[in-house]
Design a protein around this ligand. Structure first.
Ligand code: MG
Length: 228
């Protein structure tokens, strides 16, 4: 392994979330219902929210949600409740290949971290509950009282993790592994390698050619990173 730092996305990279799109849409719906939203938007409109980058605030405002901090606080609380139930039922779980791969990288004395757009306390709960916390040197998650613009595709999460782990780009190499375009963008903007894992073969039917930043590697199985 030529890389010294392995940064992982959590949701749908290490952690399997069944019907992920519906899962997060449902949380969005519940959050809007509990908030000050005047009219619940249609699913097609809600779908655009997820792909709007930092313009997501415009959608929330349009829907009558003006307090962004409260929105994320409520969203994270619902996400946390659902996850606790689904982890308990073994419906949210690690992909089969995760533990052995993490262990091998850890045993090779590499540095491992998670860079997630989920709430930091949810990341903390998941890694401890699923017993993978011992492999990681750092976890990065968001929080309703942090600036949401640091979320991937911003490189700030990746950069802050690398800084905490004392990464020296002159001597060392880092790679970010994730299942989404935002993982690739965050990595490339932070000047590290990007590896897209195709957990869902239908996710990007048009490929990656039109992306502003392209993945350096595209893999289907996590153990492929052991050759990196
Ligand atoms: Mg993901």
């Amino acid at each position: 392994m030529k890389y010294n730092y392995f940064l992982f996305d959590l949701d749908n990279c290490l952690l399997y979330i069944p019907n992920s799109k519906d899962y997060f849409d449902n949380i969005l719906l519940e959050t809007l219902k509990q908030g000050s939203t005047k009219q619940i938007p249609e699913r097609s409109e809600r779908n655009k929210f997820w792909f709007s980058g930092n313009n997501y605030i415009d959608y929330l405002k349009k829907w009558g949600t003006n307090n962004i901090r409260d929105f994320w606080k409520c969203f994270d609380e619902i996400d946390f409740e659902y996850r606790k139930i689904l982890v308990q039922k073994n419906e949210i779980l690690l992909f089969d290949d995760v533990k052995s791969v993490l262990e091998e990288i850890y045993d090779a004395n590499k540095k491992l971290a998670i860079v997630s757009n989920s709430a930091d306390y949810i990341v903390d709960f998941i890694v401890k509950k699923l017993n993978i916390n011992k492999y990681f040197h750092y976890f990065f998650g968001l929080s309703f009282d942090k600036d949401q613009s640091i979320a991937k595709p911003s490189p700030l999460g990746v950069l802050s993790v690398l800084e905490k782990l004392k990464y020296d780009p002159k001597k060392e190499k880092a790679i970010m592994i994730g299942d989404s375009i935002v993982d690739v963008y965050a990595a490339k903007k932070a000047n590290v390698s990007a590896c897209l894992i195709r957990r869902d073969k239908n996710k990007y039917p048009d490929g990656y050619g039109a992306w502003e930043y392209n993945p350096d590697f595209v893999i289907e199985q996590l153990n492929e990173i052991l050759n990196f």
